[in-house]
Design a protein. Sequence first.
Length: 186
Amino acid sequence: MQTTKEVMAGALKAALTHKPLNRIIVNEITCECGISRMTFYYHFTDIYDLARWTCDKEISRLACWPTSSGNWQKDFTALLELFRGHEEIVRNIYRHMDDEMFHRYLQATLYRLLRPLVNELSEGMRISENGRDRVTSFYSYTAIGTVYDWLQHKMSLPPDRVIQEAAVLTKGVVRLSLENMAAAEW
């Protein structure tokens, strides 16, 4: 059974398939859900608050991914395929949601996706947890740039092609970064 918040999130996602976020009003959501405006405002402060909550739920759904599969390429491709499967929603959120918010969601997801790779590559190295965090953050921000570029080009390249290019560009570089960070710490 869906909660009231989940029903409103579903109505928002449906509206985002044909309209940008900044053009959706509370009344549309309440009418679609058969709830009062008071009920909406009991749960959310505005449409953007609902959008944030909806993104949080979608991102937490991604937390169930097998990100420790040892194959960051497969996991990153799955993320881009998820975006492509919800193209209108993603583009409408990307274009009309607070950039910092979208960036924060991507960073958290990509960090979680890349951390197992960093852990694996740093086995046996004398590198601190902070050093691993910094390397993971650095490459998650690099991956964000790749996602932004892909979104700005209207997702024209197939996800596996985007990831193949990223793999070529980063081959051996993450390990080298870890070695450099370990050397700088000691």
